[in-house]
Design a protein around this ligand. Structure first.
Ligand SMILES: O=C(O)CCC(=O)C(=O)O
Ligand SMILES: [Fe+2]
Length: 328
């Protein structure tokens, strides 16, 4: 199967070490609306830190399956997603915040790993992406309205929490064209920060269904908007479908950080965000209910599309639905 895409997609690159100026604000606003994806630089995460996480994680992924399966999916811990859950070529290790060290250590303990370096580097990475998420979220709120970052950050987003997924993609040995490393999905998060290695393969789907490559670039992280923010913003911010395609016979490695609302949060787009001339697209819903909906509909598979936030809480005032109901 050939996964066609157009090369490459030009996404704005945001310098997160600087305050937003008006031109970066408008390109960020356009990217959030059109693609739900953009890139960041000067994020303070060194290549060295990434390389350490890469080599320590590789040691874990290199263990025999029997050892890794002690971490999940059918064990108490559930930090490991083995091959053949999301895709035959994908496995993943989850590290939860805010105490990333404790989470990583609990996996290491089960594996009988004594060295504390794994949990130390993940704590450092986790704390850094957590701080970055707060900065980026405020930038995104600024695209919705003047002063919205002060108006809504504390009241709506201050209890957000994050978790990391360390992703390892192993292409099939007989790969001749391309293979799907991770199928089309949307993220459930408010926002996701991705560190992809130089192999590439991350693709985003345009509004008209074309797959676009997100070319890796050294020193650059990819940020994308997830379902929680799409619903909260009444679709002024887009949670795009994306996937990973494997084109080379080499392993691919990525780190994805998901910054999410707290489980008990009720997501309801504020009137001012919806705007007077628009109608609210989503019914209010509890975050955990959506997460459970996704998990229960996946039938064990990983974040599959078709059961996204629109299927769950959409169409509050959808005239089609109303007429369908009326005719029943
Ligand atoms: O591996 C990647 O580059 C992206 C992974 C991804 O989309 C996810 O984990 O949700
Ligand atoms: Fe994703």
């Amino acid at each position: 199967m050939i996964y066609q895409s157009e090369n490459p997609l030009q996404l704005p690159v945001l310098d997160v070490s600087q305050p937003l100026n008006s031109s970066s604000l408008s390109s960020l606003a356009a990217a959030c609306k059109e693609w739900g994806f953009f890139q960041i630089i000067n994020h303070g995460i060194s290549k060295d830190l990434y390389t350490k996480i890469y080599s320590l994680s590789n040691k874990v992924f290199g263990l025999p399956s029997e050892s890794k399966l002690k971490l999940g999916p059918f064990s108490l811990l559930k930090t490991y997603t083995p091959h053949f859950i999301a895709s035959p070529f994908f496995e993943s290790l989850k590290v939860s915040g805010p105490d990333f060290a404790a989470s990583a250590q609990s996996s290491a303990d089960v594996l009988g790993e004594q060295d504390s370096e794994f949990s130390e580097v993940l704590q450092e990475y986790g704390s850094k992406v957590t701080e970055l998420s707060k900065i980026i979220l405020k930038f995104i709120l600024m695209t919705l309205g003047d002063g919205f970052e002060t108006k809504y950050y504390d009241s709506e987003f201050k209890n957000c929490h994050g978790y990391l997924r360390i992703n390892n993609y192993t292409p099939p040995e007989n790969l001749d064209e391309e293979a799907e490393g991770l199928g089309m999905h949307t993220d459930m998060s408010c926002l996701t920060i991705v560190y992809q290695d130089e192999i590439g393969g991350l693709q985003v789907r345009s509004k008209d269904g074309r797959w676009m490559n997100i070319i890796p670039c050294e020193g650059t992280l990819v940020v994308n908007i997830g379902d929680m923010l799409q619903a909260w913003s009444n679709e002024r911010l887009r949670s795009s479908e994306h996937r990973v395609v494997l084109k080379k016979r080499v392993n691919r490695f990525s780190l994805a950080f998901f910054w999410c609302f707290e489980d008990e949060k009720v997501i309801l787009a504020p009137d001012e965000v919806v705007g007077q001339e628009n109608t609210r697209i989503y019914k209010p819903f509890v975050c955990l209910d959506y997460v459970k909906f996704r998990e229960s509909n996946e039938k064990g598979r990983f974040e599959k599309v078709g059961f996204n936030v629109k299927d769950f809480a959409g169409a509050v005032e959808n005239p089609m639905m109303m007429s369908e109901n009326g005719s029943n």
